[in-house]
Design a protein around this ligand. Structure first.
Ligand SMILES: C[S@@+](CC[C@H](N)C(=O)[O-])C[C@H]1O[C@@H](n2cnc3c(N)ncnc32)[C@H](O)[C@@H]1O
Length: 779
């Protein structure tokens, strides 16, 4: 009789006697064991006996599992499976797992090579680790399950007549089949096989699902460290405390516990007293079934939500989201009470505003604005949006009397249009000097500007700083401006001339850019700390004007759009009418206009002379031209006279346009100096020095003598000026000879009111010198 069969029949006999006592709950527990000696039961050395332990003698789980595993395996298949107990145990365990649907079929090879105690978790790959843990769990439970298995076997009475194959493929119950039962109905066998096949198929499907889940879990699992577990644990405890601050203490704590258990497990693989909870959960009952497939979150079907209304506020539209645009149109055409815009869709959420305010379609700012994002901004600029009196300026400021205010005579029918007296004299209307309401009056530009800026936003502010290629920073419009519309106010510190000179000598002596503007009552606006208008560059063909207005009794300067208006994105510019007064301040113009004068200042005299004779009479025609001519003739005469005297140097040339400053600077400087003196004497209402001709003469004479002496050094100075052309924004200017600087500053201290003139408003009282200079240039 084959060994296995004898074993089973023996066991069957034994169990039939004790059927009334289930093994699991009885005082004794049958355990398969090999006979202690050959004489104990049979002569066959392979015969095994079933011994019973009393309850008190029960082995520990590890003992019992080992015992059962070893003895049972030896007894059953010592001959057929000669590769030793480890292999048999593994096979048994693997089969048990398969039967329970816990793991997928393992590679024979991996099973073959595995031992219960030989291989450690640390050296194994993830799959082997998890399998080994499960095997160990199964081994632990084996002793106790044996009785159940046998009981089940008795109940079903299934046979396994096919020996070892059946041992591997079917339930353990098959092994209890007696040889006598070979005669069992074939039909029953077939049914059983079918049942087993169906079970197998189900298990395979389950295994597949389980494997998928395992892979996913492994993918998300953290890599196991090979460091000493103690250190791991210490680190994890530390991080647990840290995390507890963030309220994750509980989760982290359990994680630490689980990890430490795993690391312990890796050291003691032969007997795992407490299997990993996570694994056990998977093996015990969490195996997903085919009936309830768990869908990944990403595969869940998302419900599409249709926007029912609100896209075009104020324009109700019947729109079926399931149809395309043209079908919707067809469908809704008869319903619509108005014709739809077919050219451009309305901007979202702007329909109501369009209907109520009648405002034009406008692209969003970030679309229509041509400026690229991230323009470099000036970092040393301190913004001052209101004029601030500094030092003595406040005391010496003559407060205008209300009597001096101009009164508006406009009628409500006409409003304050271009005929408004206030407007003509650069006085802004307000409730004190104008009887019209704000809506009727069209001469409240500074107030309009205030309201606009108060609203904020790029569009309302209307301007922004940009970086130009060759003129440092500049200003660009963010929107369109009407002709003559106010754009931005020029504000800064209002200082006296003395203060200005002091600053020029000390604070700004190395500066290239000056932000000084002649203002009112001989005061100067220093916009070094000022509004954005300080960045507006010069152009010989400007699109804006700088004007001085009296607002509420106080003078204010602002940039206004020219007669053409301003388009979005245009760079703003005005004519500086820059009077350098000192050679140091003469700068080459890069405005690029066709009629560029070449320098930031009045057109050089030689060029003026070269103008065609046809041009001259044209310009001189008309009343104003006549008046200008008179002024110009006076200036010209004086200038020529003085220039003639100054032409000491044989090679003396007046500076040419387009940055050629090779002419002797001293001569040119003298010309500028004399021109200014004459100009002031003849035209400027700024009395100051103009009241002291004798003093001026002295200055001019001494400068002339010094210039004659210094003709030799002048070349160096002019070179320094040429260098200015290629300057980079923010670079310090090239130092000049100290004697020339001294001379320039001494002249400046006496004569220079400001380094730059302003084309300020044509008010009654003040007519800045630069206007006259401009007129002179035009002639
Ligand atoms: C009031 S600032 C204008 C802002 C200046 N671009 C800046 O970066 O601060 C005047 C200075 O700008 C430069 N500038 C303005 N217009 C220019 C032009 N058309 N050509 C060359 N330089 C110009 C000159 O250096 C001038 O002294």
């Amino acid at each position: 009789m084959p060994l296995r069969q004898s074993l089973l029949s023996f066991y069957r006999t034994h169990t039939s006697k004790n059927e009334s006592e289930p093994f699991t709950s009885s005082k004794t527990r049958p355990t398969l064991t090999r006979a202690a000696s050959p004489s104990s039961s049979d002569t066959d050395p392979d015969t095994i006996v079933v011994s019973t332990y009393s309850q008190s003698q029960l082995p520990t789980p590890s003992e019992s599992s080992l015992d059962v595993s070893i003895e049972d395996a030896r007894a059953v298949s010592m001959k057929q499976v000669p590769k030793g107990r480890a292999r048999r145990v593994s096979r048994r365990l693997a089969r048990d797992e398969r039967q329970n649907g816990l793991i997928e079929d393992m590679e024979d090879e991996s099973i073959k090579n595995r031992t219960v105690s030989g291989e450690t978790l640390v050296n194994m790959d993830n799959t082997s680790q998890s399998t080994l843990v499960k095997e160990s769990i199964a081994a632990l439970d084996l002793a106790w399950n044996m009785s159940e298995v046998f009981a089940r076997e008795n109940k079903t009475g299934l046979l396994d007549a096919k020996g070892q194959k059946a041992l591997d493929d079917s339930d353990f119950a098959d092994t209890t089949q007696n040889a006598d039962e070979d005669m069992v109905d074939e039909e029953e066998n077939r049914l059983q096989e079918e049942k087993a096949a169906a079970k197998k198929a189900k298990m395979a499907a389950n295994n597949k699902l389980w494997e998928e889940r395992r892979k996913t879990a492994e993918k998300h699992a953290t890599r196991r460290s090979s460091r000493i577990p103690g250190f791991d644990k210490a680190g994890e405890i530390a991080s647990m405390f840290a995390n507890s601050v963030l309220g994750k203490r509980k989760d982290r704590g359990s994680e630490v516990e689980s990890r430490s258990r795993k690391s312990m497990g890796s050291l003691a693989t032969s007997s795992i007293q407490e299997p990993d909870k996570k694994k056990r959960r998977v093996s015990e009952g969490a195996t997903p079934t085919l009936e309830e497939p768990i869908q990944p979150k990403s595969q869940r079907r998302r419900e599409k939500k249709w926007l029912a209304s609100g896209l075009y506020a104020g324009q109700p539209r019947v729109f079926d989201g399931r149809l395309n645009e043209s079908k919707n149109r067809q469908k809704s055409a008869p319903v619509l009470p108005f014709k739809e815009n077919t050219v451009l869709p309305l901007p979202m959420y702007a329909g109501e505003r369009l209907l109520k305010q009648g405002r034009d379609f406008k692209l969003p700012f970030d679309i229509f604005s041509p400026l690229p994002a991230g323009q470099p901004k000036p970092d040393e600029w301190r913004k001052v949006n209101k004029n601030v009196f500094v030092g003595d300026a406040a005391q010496s400021w003559r407060v205008s009397k209300y009597d001096e205010y101009s009164s508006c005579m406009c009628k409500p029918e006409t409003g304050c249009d271009h005929n408004c007296m206030n407007r003509c004299m650069f006085y802004e209307c307000d409730e004190r000097n104008c009887d019209l309401t704000a809506e009727q009056c069209g001469n409240r530009q500074f107030e309009d500007l205030r309201q606009r800026v108060k609203k904020g936003g790029k569009y309302n502010v209307g301007v922004e700083v940009i970086k130009t290629a060759d003129r440092g920073y500049g200003v660009r419009s963010n929107r369109t401006f009407e002709p003559n519309q106010i754009i931005v106010e020029y504000t800064g510190e209002i200082i006296t001339q003395e203060e200005c000179e002091r600053r020029m000598k000390s604070m700004y002596k190395n500066n290239e850019c000056y932000y000084l503007m002649l203002f009112d009552q001989n005061m100067i606006i220093d916009a070094t700390r000022g509004s954005i208008a300080r960045f507006v560059n010069h152009s010989c063909a400007p699109n804006c004007r700088m004007e001085k207005w009296t607002v509420n009794g106080k003078p204010r300067m602002a940039l206004f759009a020219g007669d053409r208006g301003i388009m979005t994105g245009e760079e703003l510019s005005y004519d500086y009418n820059f009077d350098p007064y000192s050679l140091k301040n003469v700068q080459v113009c890069h405005c690029g206009a066709e009629n560029c004068r070449g320098v930031l200042g009045p057109r050089p005299k030689e060029e003026r002379k070269q103008k065609s004779p046809e041009e001259e009479p044209k310009k001189r025609s008309g009343k104003l031209a006549g008046a200008k001519r008179k002024i110009a003739e006076v200036i010209e005469e004086g200038t020529i006279r003085l220039t003639k005297k100054a032409k000491v140097a044989p090679k003396a040339k007046v500076y040419r346009s387009n940055s050629n400053f090779n002419s002797p600077v001293t001569v040119r400087k003298l010309k500028v100096l004399k021109k200014t003196v004459l100009h002031k004497q003849n035209t400027s209402p700024l009395k100051g020095l103009a009241r002291q001709p004798s003093k001026l003469k002295k200055i001019v004479a001494s400068a002339k003598v010094k210039a004659a002496k210094q003709r030799v050094v002048s070349t160096t100075s002019s070179t320094a000026l040429i260098d200015n052309d290629d300057r980079k924004p923010g670079a310090k200017p090239v130092s000049r000879s100290s004697s020339l600087r001294e001379k320039a500053s001494s002249v400046k201290s006496r004569m220079v009111r400001t380094v730059r003139g302003a084309q300020s408003g044509r008010s009654r009282t003040i007519r800045p010198i630069m206007d006259e200079m401009d007129e002179k240039n035009d002639l």
